[in-house]
Design a protein around this ligand. Structure first.
Ligand code: PBG
Ligand code: ZN
Length: 318
């Protein structure tokens, strides 16, 4: 008989043969910076929108915990049809980046590149007669990426899902003297119900329609691989699969197919569900979160973007 239990008989033995582990160095923490007042996000317990003046409190916690990188989302006061604040060099996100790089130079700043937090209609691209325009949106995304990189972002992360945006952004960065700014592309981003709490947090819910004409259709796995392949060909340095937990197949297949640094985005709805069940005493939060993170590592994630990052760092330190 093959006795699998030989290697499970003690904690020391189990630790010895463990294939994967979760480390604080694997985590990327999303942060919302607002031009308004600091406020909690009701659907995401523990998460706040931070005014620039209060941002240092959160960043002190992040750096003390040893979390290596943050993913930054800006929430502007002023929104318009063309998302002007996304590429305003004095926009909230650009100011936040300059502040972080000045005060916390060793912390990696990944800037989300999209228009939806900045547009009055809440879509990720320009809108014409109810349609989301693709090619016309590319120059605006490129301008946003360049202005975020100029403000000091270490990495830009386009999340809009317009076709051709990685190539456009790469070209604009190169032309702008930013050839060394890497692109972490949200390559396989699905039109998911799991983004609900984020849209409250970022005030970016579409005012009409939905995002299904640009984000991926949930049932399509092979298409996700083609999206990733195309982004790599266009010049993506790293890729993101999003959401994470329902999409472990995409992560695993992508990891097998492409030799590229792969990031899983454990999104707002995934976080909210765990928090809600934990607050009701229905699950053991620490155990469930660590299990979720290990599942992502096992599926092939090199790094994980997660709102649980500060909690995880605390638990790993315990
Ligand atoms: C913006 C963006 C979204 C998320 C990350 N970047 C929202 C969306 O596409 O609707 C979702 C993140 C989350 O749910 O945690 N394009
Ligand atoms: Zn968007």
């Amino acid at each position: 008989m093959k006795r699998f239990r030989r290697l499970r008989q003690s904690e020391a033995m189990r630790t010895f043969v463990r294939e994967h582990e979760i480390r604080v160095k694997d985590l990327i923490y999303p942060i919302f910076v607002t031009e308004g007042e600091t406020a909690p996000v009701p659907s995401m317990p523990g998460i706040h929108q931070y005014a620039l003046n209060d941002l240092h409190e959160e960043l002190d916690r992040v750096t003390a915990a040893g979390i290596p990188a943050v993913l930054l989302f800006g929430i502007p006061e002023h929104k318009d049809e063309i998302g002007s604040e996304a590429y305003n060099e004095n926009g909230i996100t650009q100011r936040a980046i300059r502040f972080i790089k000045e005060r916390y130079p060793a912390l990696l700043v990944i800037a989300d590149v999209c228009l939806c937090e900045y547009t009055s209609h809440g879509h990720c691209g320009l809108v014409h007669e109810g349609h989301i325009l693709n090619d016309e949106t590319l120059p605006l995304l490129s301008k946003a990426a360049v202005s975020l990189a100029k403000a000091g972002a270490d990495i830009v992360a386009p999340s809009d899902m317009m076709d051709g945006r990685v190539a456009a952004i790469r070209q604009a960065l190169d032309d702008g003297g930013l050839a060394l700014t890497p692109i972490m592309s949200y390559s396989a981003k699905f039109a998911s119900g799991y983004y609900g709490p984020f849209r409250d947090a970022a005030g970016s819910a579409p005012q009409f329609g939905d995002r299904r004409s640009y984000q991926m259709d949930v049932p399509n796995g092979r298409e996700a691989l083609r999206e990733i392949e195309d982004d790599l060909r266009e010049g993506a340095d790293m890729i993101i699969v999003k959401p994470a937990l329902g999409y472990l197949d995409i992560l695993a297949r992508s990891r097998d197919a492409f030799d590229v640094f792969t990031v899983a985005y454990n999104v707002s709805g995934e976080y909210a569900m765990v928090k809600a069940a934990a607050q009701n005493g229905w699950i053991d939060e620490k155990r469930i979160v660590l299990e979720n993170m290990l599942s992502l590592k096992r599926a092939g994630a090199d790094r994980i973007i997660t709102y649980h990052a500060l909690d995880i760092a605390r638990w790993l330190g315990d």
